[in-house]
Design a protein around this ligand. Structure first.
Ligand SMILES: [Zn+2]
Length: 360
């Protein structure tokens, strides 16, 4: 929330660390490293909306008659989390971002996120690393109810500079990332209230009500153990955290960490629970010229799967760095979270031109 206010701004910037460990990726020809598939499901916890296309921003994206979550949206979501958690580069072109935080430039010096998710050089003779994973579209398994929501999809074009300063330095230094809070109240209260002024620019969309289930797969090839750990963490996150937010009437929030996907994040849309239902490891090393025989796959489910996920995510769960502490504060899903989230109104910005957000 802004200082001296009771409502919470829907987003804030969290501090991130410098890019670590830039190195060449392992490419397809080599067949070393770990390969396999993560089989996953996604349940939406608040209304979900992914627009059909640029021209029609009102309908949910449909393929073969069913709503679908594009693999590219899933990939984008996991990538941005891996950039924060895995000390990756900030994959945008912004000349103000300091070098040791900025986008990787050469294909043979890539951060973990670029090695896993892919990267393209700039300019003539640009080389491409297509990434070591591929993610399928999320296909609908359960649900089918939509709700009409009046929302403002475009941002207001207003950027309140003090909200973008890094909390730990107090400066606009691009050493932090924007994240949105979950808004569990939106589960029940799907009427999104807009002020008169904004209502004129709002559009009505068909969003999916909570309770839809989508299935998708993440195929990975030639990952190092560290890369696989990072991938598993950004998909599985954490089952339970306890967060102290001392600057408000709330003392603690507790619950799992959850993802956010699609449009309308400032309004609380797109919170979702992602579950890894199965990990399949494929042995490619002994079998590089043959098609992959089923018997050589190792399938992990239930208890074995649980142990494997615990093992992979351990170092991230134990990480008490400032970045990870703040990351958890943004990602925690507490059903009883009482906070009121909204953007300040135009008048507020005008009157409070230098007011920053409170520390959390
Ligand atoms: Zn990178």
């Amino acid at each position: 929330m802004p200082k001296e206010e009771t409502f919470w701004n829907p987003y804030r910037l969290i501090p991130v660390e410098k890019v670590q460990d830039r190195k060449p990726p392992v490419t397809d020809e080599k067949f070393k490293g770990i390969s396999g598939v993560l089989k996953c499901t996604l349940d939406n916890l608040t209304p979900l909306f992914i627009g059909e296309n640029r021209n029609d921003k009102k309908k949910f994206l449909v393929k073969n008659g069913s709503p679908v979550i594009p693999g590219t949206s899933l990939k984008g979501m996991f990538r941005s989390l891996s950039e924060i958690v895995g000390k990756g580069c900030f994959c945008v072109d912004n000349p103000e971002v300091p070098d040791d935080y900025a986008r990787c430039k050469k294909i043979d010096r890539l951060c973990a996120s670029c090695r896993i998710f892919g990267m393209m050089e700039k300019g003539k003779e640009a080389r491409v690393h297509k990434g070591n994973i591929s993610i399928s579209d999320g296909e609908l398994r359960e649900g089918g109810n939509t709700v009409d929501l009046l929302i403002l999809l475009a941002n207001c074009g207003m950027r309140h500079e003090p909200f973008y300063r890094s909390q730990n330095t107090g400066e606009l230094d691009w050493k932090s990332r924007k994240m949105y809070f979950h808004q569990p109240k939106r589960k029940k209260d799907v009427l999104l209230l807009l002020t008169e002024k904004l209502r004129e620019r709002a559009i009505s969309i068909k969003a999916l009500l909570p309770g839809h289930v989508f299935a998708f797969e993440i195929q990975f090839t030639n990952l190092s153990q560290e890369e696989l750990d990072l991938l598993v963490y950004v998909v599985a996150l954490e089952d339970h955290v306890e967060i102290e937010i001392p600057v408000s009437e709330i003392d603690t929030l507790h619950g799992p960490l959850r993802h956010k996907i699609g449009q309308g994040k400032p309004l609380g849309l797109g919170s979702c629970k992602i579950t890894i239902d199965e990990i399949v490891y494929v042995d490619t090393s002994s079998n590089r010229f043959k098609s992959i025989a089923l018997k050589e796959n190792k399938v992990l489910k239930n208890e074995q799967l649980k142990k494997e996920i615990e093992q992979c995510t351990k170092k991230f769960r134990e990480d008490q760095s400032l970045t990870m502490k703040q990351f958890r504060k943004m990602m925690v899903w507490d059903e009883n979270d009482p906070r009121d989230f909204r953007y300040p109104e135009y008048e507020w910005f005008r009157r409070n031109s230098q007011k920053e957000l409170k520390e959390i």
